[in-house]
Design a protein around this ligand. Structure first.
Ligand code: SAM
Length: 610
């Protein structure tokens, strides 16, 4: 298919809607999104009844539906509505949908206007709706009871990258005669790969090629009466084989110990609680206090690399889950021209719209910053700096203030007790390997230091955090008075070192670089008194976190290696661990899950003959 004017270089196309017809129509495909007469009636008949209605999830804790063609989300809303009215209180719904030409939230609102009965849930959907950037987006709805994994891109490559086991399918990709690309043998083969014996399937089409294609990959296909004036539609059951599950799956209600109450542990606790697990959080660790403020801002890298793909998705995911913070927006103003050129290229490769990032020259950057800066760079409207205490409330979680000393399978021991859990998540930063040696593979310890700077005549006007290799924030109230926060140093350290003592010689480093970008700011601080904060972080050689099951340790998972970016990346990584444990769809492409797998360091060593 030819590129169209709605497609940005690394991006995907828009929906190209025609509202003038009786039913919402795609100009690109010359077909309707749903029936003009009764769209909801058709959805309920073809798709919901087609997979067996509420009986399909009766008696199951978790139910996973896959869809080809998200469109306006009508099928999703109708399913969510029925599921919410009929599933048990500990039920969980996963919906995965592939969409190559996403609607905007505004267009969806207009389409949803025809279905006022879904007002409450459709608002939730639109509030979480991602910008039109390619690849996976994982939306946490209804406090985690409903999860929507959107795959923005062409059906076949998106499905190939999906790791999931689907209980029921909706095939809804426009008529095969108008859109054959959605009904190919390759697409059917992926549908089969993601199915298990008994998986249901429903579609509005009864075309011979669809029946034959589904039968060829292992579905038993049956015609049934169509909706309205249409003669027939199809339902099918998968009779083929299934890929073996990689780990036993825990049902809602299972007990999980999370060890460590830093950002990783807290985010894991929230994610697992959302998935229905009974979580106990062990908060006796030793990485010191959280930093007083954190800057959450994108890190751009090529999306073809798992690192770049993960960082991009992790940022947009965190931005949906984090509160607004003290202010919105940040400037990235590297003084080196070649870094700025590379950043712009990355932006194109990522296909990010202006709502996520936009290039600015020195004048525009100075206007946004409130102070004179020497060079331009990128403005990130969704970046923010915030108080970590406000980031991740952990409600409904048992907290034990004991330092864990032993983990053996599901057994957790601490000085005053011992308990058995169905699973354990090691979220103890650099200490994971002390509890389960294999969990420490690839992890080492880094010390980070932040510097507190007093407001000066020039700095008082700084309105946004700026990064330039280091970073400096606007003034903020630390309880002990107003200060700017600059950072951050990054140095390897032994845990036994005197790491908590703030080191004055480190304070000047960010200021040296700042002088190239905003001399007036750095000049005012040269002779100023400075305090600071120091903490420890776990880092990995490839700068990606570790998230997943620990090799050779059944029921033990690790979530660590976040470096200085935990507040940006822990949300997505924790949802990956939850998916692995609960058997939900992996919220990231398979190659990204692979890149974060705890066993990767050992595998690399084996490959290199080490
Ligand atoms: N289920 C939708 C609803 O509830 O509104 C209606 C889906 S509409 C009939 C078909 C959708 O498939 C469109 O949104 C279209 O953009 C998408 N689509 C068509 N061809 C595609 C392809 N090759 N890859 C991904 N999405 C595609």
């Amino acid at each position: 298919m030819a590129e169209d004017e709605n497609t940005s270089p690394g991006g995907i196309g828009g929906a190209d809607l025609d509202w003038s017809e009786q039913a919402l129509t795609s100009r690109r495909f010359g077909d309707v999104y749903f029936s003009a007469a009764d769209g909801l009636g058709e959805t309920r008949h073809v798709f919901l009844d087609g997979i067996g209605g509420a009986d399909a999830w009766a008696g199951r804790g978790r139910f996973t539906v896959g869809e080809l063609g998200f469109g306006t989300g009508l099928n999703f809303l109708a399913l969510w509505d029925l599921w919410a009215r009929t599933a048990g209180s500990d039920g969980r719904l996963d919906f995965i949908s592939v969409e190559g030409y996403p609607l905007t939230a505004e267009d969806m609102a207009r389409a949803h206007g025809a279905f006022p009965e879904f007002d409450v849930i459709s608002r939730q959907l639109r509030a979480a709706w991602p910008d039109r950037t390619p690849e996976f987006h994982h939306l946490v709805l209804d406090g985690g009871r409903v999860r929507l994994t959107l795959l923005f891109g062409p059906a076949l490559p998106m499905l190939r990258d999906l790791r999931a086991q689907v209980d029921a399918w909706f095939l809804d990709g426009f008529a095969p005669s108008k859109n054959p690309g959605m009904w190919t043998d390759g697409v059917f083969a992926q549908v089969a790969r993601l199915s298990k014996p008994g998986t249901a399937l429903a579609t509005f089409s009864s075309a011979g090629a669809v029946r034959r294609g589904l039968a060829a990959v292992g579905f038993q296909v049956e015609k049934r009466p169509g909706f309205g004036g249409k003669r027939e539609c199809l339902r099918a059951r998968y009779n083929g084989t299934a890929e073996p599950a990689s780990a036993p799956v825990l049902a809602p209600g299972a007990s999980v110990a999370v060890i460590g109450a830093g950002i990783a542990g807290r985010v894991a606790a929230r994610s697992l609680t959302g998935a229905g697990m009974a979580v106990t959080l062990f908060a006796g660790g030793g990485a010191g206090d959280a930093p007083p403020r954190v800057l959450v801002s994108p890190r751009l890298a090529h999306p073809a690399d798992p690192y770049g793909a993960f960082m991009a998705q992790a940022f947009t995911h965190a931005a949906r889950l984090l509160p607004a913070g003290e202010n919105m927006g940040a400037l990235h103003l590297p003084p080196e021209e070649d870094t700025r050129v590379r950043d712009r290229r990355r932006l194109d490769q990522l296909g990010w719209p202006e709502a996520l990032a936009r290039p600015v020259d020195a004048d525009a950057a100075s206007d946004l910053a409130g102070v004179q800066v020497a060079n331009g760079g990128l403005y990130f409207p969704e970046a923010r700096f915030l108080d970590p205490a406000a980031c991740v409330p952990v409600d409904g979680v048992e907290v034990i203030a004991g330092r864990v000393t032993a983990v053996d399978g599901g057994r957790v021991g601490w000085p005053s007790g011992e308990r058995r859990f169905d699973a354990v998540v090691l979220a103890a930063g650099p200490w994971c390997g002390e509890l389960v040696p294999a969990a420490g593979a690839g992890l080492s310890t880094n010390r980070g230091q932040l510097t507190y700077l007093p407001p000066t005549e020039a700095s008082k006007h700084l309105r946004l955090p700026i990064s330039f290799g280091g970073h400096v924030t606007p003034q903020t109230d630390l309880g002990t008075g107003l200060a700017h926060i600059a950072g951050s140093s990054y140095a390897p350290v032994e845990i036994s070192d005197d790491w908590q003592a703030v080191k004055p010689n480190y304070h000047l480093r960010p200021l040296e670089k700042l002088a190239q970008v905003a001399l007036a700011l750095s000049d005012g601080w040269r002779a100023a008194p400075m305090g600071g904060w120091a903490g420890l972080r776990a880092v990995t050689p490839d700068h990606l976190p570790v998230a997943g099951q620990v090799c050779g340790a059944d029921g033990v998972y690790v979530l660590s290696g976040f470096g200085s970016r935990g507040y940006q990346t822990a949300f997505l990584a924790a949802d990956m661990v939850t998916a692995a444990m609960a058997g939900g769809p992996m919220p990231v492409p398979g190659r990204v899950a692979e890149a974060l797998s705890p066993g990767r360091f050992q595998e690399r060593q084996n490959r290199n003959g080490g």
